[in-house]
Design a protein around this ligand. Structure first.
Ligand code: ADE
Length: 227
């Protein structure tokens, strides 16, 4: 299967790049794609940079360049759902741009979009297989252009939007995929709880969280990743 993997940051992507074989580097539009084989699939890995604009432009470029059968966004997130902790993994069933706000026009807050159901179920099943002490969740992820380090803001994402985790790119990628009719999955390993200690927790738990996503994708891609 022809697949694009997008990560926001190099720290989230370097493990995937290091496992690839037959790698060709392709630079387009300021984006560095590593093309090759990863766990039996034909894959292009790219880092987008942080935030919705960077993520959207990267996803659109990747789709136009590679015409992938599937696009997966992988990275870390802050846990906001009850009981969710570092070491857990959240696979998105759907996502919300929580900072999309038309309330001044008496319309809603939040822009929602969905992931490909079969892809999400396959990713969730892989997470259940590989996590030792962590828990796998399948549910809503909230995306916005803020690193959330505020327990009141985190609780709002949970209570207003039903989010399990928050990050800064997923909904943007999913929306671009939806517009292009490319199936999409979003996987996030929890690096912090988006609260007052998130700034300190994030660098401490980043590497372990990223490892969880690598083990998951190895199972998923190695198993064929049919969507
Ligand atoms: N990615 C990882 N942790 C995050 C947080 N607390 N807020 C936004 N994005 C994140």
């Amino acid at each position: 299967m022809k697949l694009v993997l997008i990560c926001a940051m190099e720290a989230e992507a370097e493990g995937f790049r290091s496992h690839m074989t037959d790698v060709r580097l392709r630079q387009v539009a300021g984006l560095a794609f590593s093309q090759g084989q990863l766990w039996g699939q034909e894959v292009a890995v790219v880092t987008s940079g942080v935030g919705k604009v960077q993520a959207a432009r990267c996803a659109q470029a990747a789709i136009l360049i590679f015409q992938p059968e599937l696009l997966i966004h992988v990275g870390v997130a802050g846990g906001v759902g009850r009981g969710i902790k570092t070491g857990d993994v959240v696979v998105a069933s759907d996502l919300v741009e929580y900072d999309f706000d038309l309330s001044g026009l008496n319309e809603g807050v939040g822009q929602f979009c969905s992931c490909d159901g079969a892809t999400s179920r396959a990713l969730f099943s892989a997470a259940q297989q590989v996590l030792d002490s962590g828990q796998a969740y399948l549910g809503r992820i909230a995306t916005g252009d803020t690193f959330v380090a505020d327990s009141v803001a985190a609780a709002r994402l949970r209570d207003t939007f039903g989010a399990l985790a928050c990050e800064m790119e997923g909904a943007a990628v999913a929306r671009v995929c939806e517009a292009n009719q490319v199936p999409c999955g979003v996987v996030r390993a929890i690096s912090d709880n988006a609260n007052e200690s998130a700034g300190a927790d994030y660098p401490s738990f980043l590497a372990a969280a990223v490892k969880n996503t690598e083990r998951m994708l190895a199972v998923c891609l190695g198993g064929g990743m049919h969507h």
